[in-house]
Every structure is written in structure tokens, then in C-alpha cells.
Design a protein around this ligand. Structure first.
Ligand code: BEZ
Length: 251
């Protein structure tokens, strides 16, 4: 399967709302100045910067070298690393993560690596796509691939669990779950849905030759328009989020 790639300029244009809407997660973190924080999936560093402004000693990690570069250009510390390959042992007071975990393939390994990265009593505070997230968009992408005799399951990279499902994944790796909630958050997009599709749905488009992408995006857009577009309001994506706070208890 082709990997999702991130371009900092198109991310800033089509996806700035991701970090803007992730800001309430900072309240759930309750950062104490001087704490060491790992920002897992820091993207272009927009929230990493807020964590630093709140007094955190923050390291950002991201799977995308381009996004790590964008974070460093803000003067912040960042390294290329995936969630499954975190090398840290009891280094952080908290691991913070916004809008990344739904891309992670091997959830048990990633959660175990987060657990190991935390000091005893450290907290894991995160938001991710939850069960039913972007279901209308996902269905339209599946239909577009099926119409071309391609099995969409082979290209669909997203994991959107229920709260109970993710609670079990966290508890299986030793976490005590303080809170986990699933909520609907219809999200106005900054432009046309085609920008969202080109930014977030690359693994589906990569099932096709590049000269078919534009027609596929058009077809998906036409299918979504009656449900997700409103005159005067524009495109509104059917986001559902899962937000949790879990603790690595002292042994
Ligand atoms: C999300 O943040 O909910 C999301 C990100 C990428 C694809 C789909 C949803």
C-alpha cells in the first residue's frame, strides 16, 4: 500500500483546522511548566508551539521528514520517528497526540511504545478519529474504487475505533484510562472538498494511475455534494472524534 505523504504548504492550506480544533486537548493535558512532553505526530508544529508556550520542554516526533522540517523551522525540537518505533524509556511526563493515531497500523506496538516512553504516573492524552469518522467521505471513496474493480479494503489506511475498543487497547498495554469519549464534530472545511481529498485521501488515489486521480476526485466530490455541501456554508465534513486521557500507573 502506498504511504500517505504530507506537504507542509498544502497541509497549512487545507488542514489548519486540524491543529486549531485540537487546542481543547491542551486543557485535558493540564501541563505543568517544566514538564517533559512528547508531541507524537507533531505535524508542522502548530500545537507543539502551544505546548512550549505553556511551559513544556517539548520534543515533537512525526513520520514525515517534511513536517519535522516545518516544526524545526519554528525553532522547535523535532525528530523523524513513527509511533511504533519510539525509542524512549521513562523519559516523559506526558505524551500528547492530536489527529495521528488513526493512521497507525500496529496499535498494540505503538501504545506499548508510548507506555514505555512515560515516567511512572505519566499521562497519555490524545485525540483521534473515532468510530464513524468521515463515514460519508469514506463510503464515497470505497464506491469510487469499487466502480473501477478495485478492492478498497486494500487501500483504506484509517482506523476509527469505538471508545470501548480503544479503552481495551490501552488497558491491554497497562494503561489506566481516566476518560475516553466519542463525539461528533461536523467540521467546516476551509475550501473545496477536493483539497481535503488531495490532502488526506492519497492512499485511496494511489490505487489508480496518476492521470485518473482528477476524474476520481471529481466523481467523489459529485457524490458527496448533496450531503456535505450547503449553500452559504460550504463543505462540512462528518468528523467524529475520540478523546482520551490514560495514565501509566507506578508499579
Ligand atoms: C481526521 O483527522 O479525522 C482524519 C484525518 C485523515 C483522514 C481522515 C480523517
Amino acid at each position: 500500500m502506498t504511504q500517505q505523504t504530507w506537504n507542509p504548504e498544502s497541509y497549512a492550506k487545507n488542514a489548519r483546522f486540524v491543529s486549531d480544533l485540537g487546542e481543547p486537548l491542551l486543557d485535558l493535558l493540564q501541563l505543568v511548566p517544566g514538564e517533559r512532553i512528547l508531541d507524537l505526530g507533531c505535524g508542522d508544529g502548530a500545537l507543539t508551539e502551544k505546548l512550549v508556550a505553556a511551559g513544556g520542554l517539548v520534543l515533537g516526533v512525526d513520520a514525515s521528514a517534511e513536517q519535522v522540517q516545518a516544526t524545526r523551522q519554528r525553532g522547535l525540537e523535532a525528530e523523524v520517528c513513527t509511533a511504533e518505533n519510539l525509542p524512549f524509556v521513562e523519559e516523559f511526563d506526558a505524551v500528547f497526540s492530536n489527529a495521528v493515531l488513526h493512521w497507525v497500523k500496529d496499535q498494540p506496538t505503538a501504545i506499548a511504545k508510548v507506555y514505555r516512553s512515560l515516567k511512572p504516573n505519566g499521562r497519555f492524552v490524545a485525540e483521534m478519529g473515532g468510530f464513524g469518522n468521515v463515514a460519508t467521505i469514506r463510503n464515497a471513496l470505497h464506491t469510487a474504487l469499487q466502480n473501477r474493480s478495485i478492492n478498497p479494503q486494500e487501500y483504506d489506511p484509517w482506523f476509527f475505533p469505538t471508545a470501548d475498543e480503544y479503552r481495551v487497547l490501552l488497558e491491554d498495554q497497562g494503561f489506566e484510562v481516566d476518560s475516553i469519549v466519542l463525539f461528533s464534530r461536523p467540521t467546516p472545511l476551509p475550501g473545496d472538498i477536493s483539497g481535503w481529498l488531495e490532502t488526506f485521501a492519497q492512499p485511496f488515489l494511489c490505487a489508480l494511475p496518476p492521470d485518473n486521480w482528477e476524474a476520481c476526485v471529481e466523481e467523489v466530490r459529485d457524490r458527496l455534494r448533496p450531503t456535505l455541501f450547503q449553500e452559504g456554508q460550504g463543505w462540512i465534513a462528518d468528523y467524529t472524534r475520540s478523546r482520551f486521557r490514560a495514565i501509566r500507573r507506578a508499579a
